[in-house]
Design a protein around this ligand. Structure first.
Ligand SMILES: NC(=O)c1ccc[n+]([C@@H]2O[C@H](COP(=O)([O-])OP(=O)(O)OC[C@H]3O[C@@H](n4cnc5c(N)ncnc54)[C@H](O)[C@@H]3O)[C@@H](O)[C@H]2O)c1
Length: 373
């Protein structure tokens, strides 16, 4: 194969940008798009066809790979269509809103021997890669604790986006699965989890129905823990991950935008993104990003820091389709299993909140196995 032909399902804010990025990759061509509302503009811009639905797009013989960027609850169907038609798939995060759905998607893509890459774009930030590398080299010793916050305040909305609707987005935890995914990447899968919270300050018709305050504890066994806070009920905005090791610590500051590595000998600071300009751009944008949710229009370009990491992840997907070897670190990113591990933990957390108890992640997995037996 010398080139790759793509179809894109869902061409809103993110999908349209993913399509534009693909259009500019050498050897990539966007052949068709499908979106119930927003396909015309991008189809005209990229000079490609408009399909009537996701199934017909996936059935096209001239398509090798499908990008899924529809709202979160509508990822599963196009991923299954793509797999059934032997197309490789790149699916935006969260890949699905339940462990059972993730499983079905993984099984279908595996059976048809196609790549199933999750859009966990944080993996392509320079600062994240550097942090992982330093941890791998033992610079901060054994990681024993992580703490992440992705919190802010959201005012009443004139129109309430699907991103605020729990059924479609999954709520803050699923929609912002990045931090949980990153922590599990570093610490391994959580074993027992607990979540408290609820919708404490956002009831009424100008708000969605998601919980606006989520307080999470993860246990990993071996005396290792993590805590996370998510939501739009926090008057002080925060967005960071702190990684605490036996010999040092790393701060990934996604709001004031820097990476700080601290050991007994020294404290060093690195860029989070590809340049100082990108870090400063992100910091400036974050001053106006309320509640951590990015709203955008299909015609709107993404910020430059996001553009760079989206370009990197799509280039990676493209290269792997063309036969490039997958780095060990990225194997679970390219077969859906890392994304599924995050969702199984999110499901256990949801159960914990609903039933007011600590839940073992295995319970979610075993329950699914029993249902399928
Ligand atoms: N990786 C990231 O950092 C990141 C950032 C933003 C969004 N996303 C993800 O990208 C996806 C899209 O988000 P967005 O910001 O572009 O939202 P958006 O609302 O701007 O776009 C969603 C698009 O999907 C279309 N759509 C609705 N139902 C559909 C269906 N059944 N099939 C196909 N298309 C359908 C809508 O018409 C709309 O054009 C979501 O899964 C979101 O979580 C990821």
């Amino acid at each position: 194969m010398s080139g790759v032909k793509y179809g894109v399902v869902g061409t809103g804010y993110f999908g349209a940008e993913l399509a534009r990025i693909l259009h500019d990759i050498e050897g990539a061509e966007v052949v068709a798009v499908y979106d119930p509302e927003n396909s015309e503009e991008i189809a005209k811009e990229l000079n490609c066809a408009i399909e009537k639905d996701a199934e017909s797009l996936c059935q096209r013989e001239d398509i090798d790979a499908v990008i899924v960027a529809s709202p979160n609850a509508y990822h599963k169907e196009p991923v299954l269509y793509a797999a059934q038609n032997n197309k490789h798939v790149f699916c935006e995060k969260p890949i699905a809103l339940s462990y059972a759905d993730c499983n079905e998607m993984i099984e279908a893509t595996k059976k048809n021997n196609v790549i199933f890459m999750a859009g966990h774009v944080m993996n392509f930030m320079d600062g994240v890669r550097r942090a992982k590398q330093l941890i791998h080299e033992g610079v901060i010793g054994d990681v024993v604790f992580c703490h992440a916050e992705r919190t802010g305040w959201e005012d009443a909305q004139e129109t309430v986006s699907w991103k605020k609707n729990r059924e479609i987005s999954g709520g803050h935890l699923y929609h912002h699965i990045h931090e949980l995914d990153f922590i599990q990447f570093i610490m391994g899968p959580a074993t027992r989890v607990n979540m408290v919270g609820g919708n404490v300050a956002h009831q009424g018709e100008n708000f969605g129905d998601e919980d606006d305050l989520l307080l999470i504890t993860l246990e990993f066994g071996g005396n290792k823990y993590a805590t996370l806070q998510y939501g739009s009920a926090f008057r002080f905005n925060e967005h960071y991950v702190k990684i605490q090791g036996t010999k040092g610590a790393i701060l990934l500051d996604l709001q004031d935008v820097k990476v700080v590595v601290k050991t007994a000998e020294k404290e060093e600071q690195f860029l989070l993104h590809a340049s100082k300009e990108e870090d400063e751009d992100r910091a400036r944008i974050y001053q106006n990003l309320h509640g951590g949710i990015a709203y955008g229009k299909p015609s709107q370009s993404v910020p430059m820091w996001l553009d760079t990491i989206m370009k990197r992840e799509l280039q990676y997907f493209h290269d792997v389709i063309l036969g490039a070897e997958v780095e060990e670190e990225f194997v679970p990113l390219l077969d859906g299993t890392a994304a599924r591990a995050s969702i199984s933990t999110a499901d256990a957390l949801t159960l914990s909140l609903n039933e007011d108890r600590k839940v073992s992640v295995e319970e979610v997995i075993l329950k699914n196995e029993k249902l399928n037996a």
